[in-house]
Design a protein around this ligand. Structure first.
Ligand code: NAI
Length: 329
């Protein structure tokens, strides 16, 4: 029986990991705390550790895990910008779940776009209070609008097809264009041409703050920004300024660059110290969800299953199909 500990785990993770424990012969321990240098010692005595998007998997954490005899760390997510891959080399093998449900994330992206443009979040609150007035609820039609998709990998590609289904014009930017049926532009040209810009590329040193006051200047007045990828793709302070000046017409954000302190936690009784996040949340044309785009039955099942499969490969000394290698970081 292999003993595995999960960091930053929630009740919904437990439901799906427990389904696989007998099949794989694993015993799971669920830690609510995030993985960081101070908590890595909790992994002592376990055969593997499992971490998530907002865990701090930097050099110190890797070294602490290594000192505590952890030789495999399974990320139960696709993105791994929070992992110091080079620091893990020759110490800890790293695996991830590269493809658990592009549909979950792409559909959430369309959900928050529709909420934003048709104001269904406000309508819901009004009618619950028997306020049936329509004043202030005017939206616009997506059909015929141009959406610029940044990153046409698994998620961006599904989102692009959803947009085509809505009768939208589609253009894209990707370092490695893969779709024959889509017009690829430079990022600058995509900024100029799009009514709505949706981010689906990974966070890297090149993509960090790709939405900033210079690129925002290129955009159409009233442009909408969607981000279900990683928060730091956007310079949040520049975003706030552009919304205040009405250059940006609306933003739907499932991720935020400083989200790790807040997202997945109930902070409703706390004074939020992050003024940028607090300001964004007060804006009537901004919708923030708490990194929930993945949160579907299908994705959670696939995350648990692939993580178990990744760990089984390691324990059996087989090739790791989903290894995060230093060269790919
Ligand atoms: P993917 O690897 O299939 O696609 C990423 C695409 O971005 C590729 O086509 C790649 O060529 C392109 N790309 C890489 N560097 C680029 C650059 N510098 N400029 C432009 N394009 C670039 O990844 P997938 O599965 O589509 O995921 C996309 C992102 O979505 C992930 O990196 C992750 O951060 C985020 N994500 C968010 C979730 C959520 O719950 N909000 C859940 C899962 C993923």
């Amino acid at each position: 029986m292999k003993k595995i500990c999960l960091f930053d785990s929630k009740p919904y993770d437990k439901i799906y990991f427990e389904k696989y424990k007998d099949e794989y012969g694993f015993e799971f321990e669920y830690f609510e705390t995030k993985l960081r240098p101070q908590t890595a010692v909790l992994a002592r005595g376990f055969d593997a550790a499992v971490a998530f998007v907002n865990d701090e998997v930097g050099r110190d954490t890797i070294n602490r895990l290594f000192e505590n005899n952890i030789r495999i760390l399974a990320m139960r997510c696709a993105g791994y910008n929070n992992v110091d891959v080079a620091a893990a080399k020759d110490k800890i093998r790293l695996v991830r779940v590269p493809n658990y449900s592009p549909y979950a994330v792409a559909e959430h992206t369309m959900a928050i776009l529709l909420t934003l443009v048709r104001k269904t979040n406000k309508a819901y609150i009004r009618t619950r209070e028997y306020n049936f007035s329509l004043n202030g609820l005017m939206g616009f039609v997506l059909h015929g609008k141009t959406v610029g998709v940044v990153g046409t990998g698994k998620i961006g590609s599904v989102f692009l097809d959803i947009c085509k289904g809505f009768g939208m014009e589609v253009c894209a930017y990707d370092m490695y264009p893969s779709r024959k049926d889509v017009e690829y532009l430079s990022f600058e040209e995509l900024c100029r041409r799009s009514d709505i810009i949706s981010l689906h590329c990974p966070l890297t040193s090149e993509t960090k703050h790709m939405i900033n006051n210079k690129t925002i200047d290129l955009m159409k007045d009233g442009v909408y920004i969607l981000n279900t990828s990683r928060g730091a793709l956007i310079d949040s302070e520049d975003l706030v300024e552009a919304i205040k000046s009405e250059k940006i017409g609306g933003a739907a954000l499932d991720v935020y660059e400083e989200e790790s302190e807040f997202f997945y936690e109930d902070k409703s009784a706390t004074i939020i110290q992050d003024d940028t996040l607090a300001r964004l949340i007060t804006m009537p044309n901004v919708l923030v969800t708490s990194h929930q785009a993945f949160l579907t039955r299908e994705a959670l099942r696939e995350i648990a299953h692939t993580t178990c499969e990744n760990l089984k490969e390691f324990f059996e000394g087989r090739e790791l199909k989903n290894e995060i290698a230093a060269s790919k970081s």
